[in-house]
Design a protein around this ligand. Structure first.
Ligand code: HEC
Ligand code: HEC
Length: 238
């Protein structure tokens, strides 16, 4: 039983599901209404640590590059709905990696239900699309989405308390220190906080320039301006 056989089976299944839906709906486009923005967010969180996808700005190489994976298929005429079916199939039922790579596999059930639909619809809308560009990286948005659930930072309006308040701990730290805390959270554990909670894959999720932008943003905004007067949100304490 080869992985390739499974791949073919997945493809056919995905297409068959579309055809079945056709009877009732105007097409297999139901999921095109799925929230693409949410799909992108979920992709960045759940998939970006393993896959390159230009449109999402992810650049990890543990799994296949999804732009390459679908470029040829698209060029050969595979339409967006079929790509969507293939992605959904892979999420629901990840193919085992090649037998010789037992340490490399895609975990099942990373996202489920509507979330899986949103991710599949999003990937299908961008993967391997000619001329697709990487998103403009906005450090404040990245922080709010990816870090703010665990860290308070007034400038970003986040109040997470699983990790230290960055307004409290970052002022006075160098860019190198902050950068290291982000890519290698285990290197030095903040006193009083749990080890192994902060994700340790940001070096894969972020490109080096993105990481620099994020660190710069944190340096400038933590503690309400970090002493550099970097134009943090003005005043406003009750
Ligand atoms: C832990 C790493 C990891 C994560 C996280 C991950 N994948 Fe994968 N993915 C892989 C690997 C490894 C393969 C190759 C499996 C194989 O060898 O058949 C793969 C294969 C795929 C494929 C098939 C590509 C092709 O060449 O046909 C798709 C599509 C895919 N992943 C989408 C996703 C999506 C969507 C997510 C998030 C919900 C995700 N992956 C999360 C590791 C990962
Ligand atoms: C799931 C929760 C979680 C997420 C998500 C998370 N962190 Fe953390 N972070 C922690 C915890 C817990 C600690 C303290 C333990 C440690 O040092 O590893 C920490 C520590 C840190 C530190 C070191 C603080 C100090 O004491 O100097 C920095 C800087 C940091 N995180 C930045 C970030 C950034 C930036 C992101 C997003 C890219 C992020 N964290 C995402 C939980 C999280």
């Amino acid at each position: 039983m080869r992985a390739l056989g499974r791949k073919k089976a997945g493809l056919v299944l995905g297409a068959a599901a579309c055809v079945a839906a056709l009877g009732v709906l105007t097409g297999c486009d139901l999921q095109e209404d799925a929230d693409l923005e949410r799909g992108e967010q979920l992709f960045t969180q759940k998939c970006g640590s393993c896959h390159v996808l230009t449109a999402a700005g992810t650049n990890a190489n543990i799994g296949p590059n999804l732009d390459y994976a679908f470029q040829e298929a698209r060029a050969a005429g595979m339409d967006q709905d079929t790509v969507e079916g293939v992605v959904q199939q892979q999420i629901d039922n990840p193919r085992p990696a090649a037998p010789e790579d037992t340490d490399v596999y895609m975990p099942p059930d990373l996202v489920e239900g509507e979330d899986a639909e949103a991710v599949a619809a999003y990937v299908a809308s961008v993967a391997g699309v000619p001329g697709i560009e990487a998103p403009r990286f906005v450090a404040a948005e990245f922080f709010a989405t990816n870090c703010g659930g665990c860290h308070a930072l007034e400038a970003a309006g986040t109040t997470g308390a699983i990790g230290p308040s960055l307004d409290e701990v970052l002022p006075g730290q160098s860019a190198a220190q902050i950068s290291r805390s982000i890519v290698d959270p285990e290197a030095q554990i903040s006193p009083g906080f749990p080890q192994g909670v902060m994700p340790n894959n940001y070096e894969q999720v972020l490109t080096p320039p993105q990481l620099r932008q994020l660190v710069q943003y944190l340096q400038q905004s933590a503690g309400g301006g970090g002493g550099g007067g970097a134009g943090a949100a003005g005043g406003g304490d009750g």
